[in-house]
Ligand binder design. Structure first.
Ligand SMILES: Nc1ncnc2c1ncn2[C@@H]1O[C@H](COP(=O)(O)OP(=O)(O)OP(=O)(O)O)[C@@H](O)[C@H]1O
Ligand SMILES: O=C(O)[C@@H](O)C(=O)CO
Length: 421
């Protein structure tokens, strides 16, 4: 195995696994630290999905080190720490503490940090992160329920999370190609920097960074900065030929969307699905908390729906409704109430004949995939940037699309089904 990856959430792991597979690496995604029983010998890259983005830093470090240990035992030559393309974190972590721990684990003293993902509108210029052209602190991420991002200067953001000196490799160096980037790394290292934020505005920048970073024992970032790594490890100058595969073999069975994300992209996708007549059941967090509504209510509704068309169960709501629920139930409790309901619903799905499942939201995907007892996934074709179809590698045979909250076009829920055979 060339590359062992540790992702701080499930949909982020899928995003990275898609990038590596698309660029020519045989990639397997595991849910949690892989057990000895899982055969990883045919994989060029393994992506371990953790749920460590918002847990206490000490736990995130412990889980990340356990994953690193398992990946090293399975033969990983390089490590990649994947976090969100919007750098989701707080002043306590977990990007800084986990990076520090993995640097020590790999016995190295230098790495880069680059969340840029131009295909999804994330760019870094002079160390500032932009989301669709808007500085991070002015984007919808400023109001994220768990990790509100109020500073777009990533050098500052990361420096608050780590005692290691943080530096910057700017656009001019990145734009000049891999040799200039390597020189910039050396310059920053000589100045005592241990982690450098790296600017990137285009896929060409990301590929150049990949080539410059291929010798580093540890790389950190979003899925974008992994773009150039497969070619660099192969010793190719050119990227893998782009895939024209737009269909995916899925087990036959019923189709369902479970949406627990309240991001603006998911709100729009739910709206488009309901407007086009997808039968939909709305989970009401207050009714779930009082017991007036249960997973059984949704399952009873489900049993009345035609088996011939996809259905939608969602808790997706606008920010003011979410804030109102959070005020009344508490932020964490509100999330857990909804996640528990969606997990209970998911557990009943295979017996009800559902084998094709789309889930919206990272935390939601974690809850659903755990309920379905999924251990590992193979990676299929891209539905939209950062979101592939996947298929379970053991246990119940399922086709799963795990969508990061903010990813996907408005018609994502409709076009995803069209790819399945
Ligand atoms: N109507 C609601 N009111 C309050 N909380 C909700 C509501 N619907 C969902 N939630 C909770 O909000 C959280 C959404 O997080 P999730 O990670 O699933 O989505 P996201 O943050 O948009 O996605 P990503 O992490 O991929 O960017 C979950 O904990 C979910 O249970
Ligand atoms: O990088 C991203 O934006 C996503 O893969 C993600 O991590 C969302 O949770």
């Amino acid at each position: 195995m060339n590359l062992g990856c540790i992702a701080d959430d499930l949909t982020g792991a899928t995003d990275l696994a898609l990038m590596l597979a698309r660029e020519g690496m045989r990639t397997v995604q595991t849910i949690g630290v892989p057990g000895q029983d899982l055969d990883l010998s045919q994989a060029d890259a393994v992506v371990v999905a953790l749920k460590s983005r918002t847990i206490p830093p000490r736990e995130a470090v412990a889980q990340s080190l356990a994953a690193a240990e398992a990946l090293r035992k399975a033969g990983a030559q390089h490590l990649f720490f994947k976090y969100c393309s919007t750098f989701d974190s707080t002043d306590e972590g977990n990007i800084g503490p986990v990076t520090e721990a993995l640097l020590a684990f790999t016995d190295s003293d230098f790495t880069l940090a680059c969340p840029a993902f131009p295909a999804n509108g994330r760019t870094v210029y002079k160390g500032h992160l932009f989301v669709n052209g808007v500085p991070l602190h002015e984007s919808s991420m400023k109001d994220h329920p768990l990790t509100p991002m109020r500073d777009s200067n990533l050098v500052r953001v990361l420096q608050r999370q780590t005692a290691l000196p943080v530096g910057l490799v700017v656009f001019e160096d990145v734009n000049a190609g891999p040799d200039a980037i390597r020189k910039a790394f050396e310059r920053e290292k000589a100045a005592g920097r241990r982690i450098v934020i790296v600017d990137a505005l285009t896929d060409d920048h990301l590929r150049a960074i990949g080539h410059a970073a291929a010798d580093l024992p540890l790389i950190t970032g979003g899925s974008g900065v992994a773009m150039g790594l497969p070619a660099a490890y192969r010793g190719d100058v050119s990227p893998a030929a782009s895939s024209s595969i737009t269909t995916f073999d899925a087990p036959s069975g019923r189709e369902i969307i479970l949406a627990g994300s309240c991001s603006s992209a998911t709100q729009r996708q739910v709206q488009v699905a309901t407007e086009t007549g997808v039968p939909a059941f709305r989970l009401d967090p207050m009714a779930l908390a009082s017991g007036e509504m249960t997973a059984q209510s949704a399952l009873a509704w489900l049993s009345e729906q035609s088996a011939d068309r996809p259905v939608l169960i969602y808790s997706t709501a606008a920010p003011d409704a979410v804030q109102d629920v959070q005020r009344r139930l508490g932020r964490m409790n509100a999330g857990e109430v909804v996640e528990h309901a969606l997990a209970d619903i998911a557990r009943a799905l295979p017996a009800a004949g559902f084998t094709r499942i789309i889930v919206a939201g990272g935390e939601t995907s974690g809850a659903v995939v755990n309920a379905l007892d999924v251990k590992a996934l193979s990676i299929g074709p891209e539905i939209d940037p950062g979101v592939p179809w996947t298929r379970t590698l053991a246990g119940t045979d399922l086709a799963l699309a795990l969508k990061s909250g903010n990813f996907g076009a408005p018609d994502f829920f409709l076009k995803a089904w069209a790819m399945l055979r």
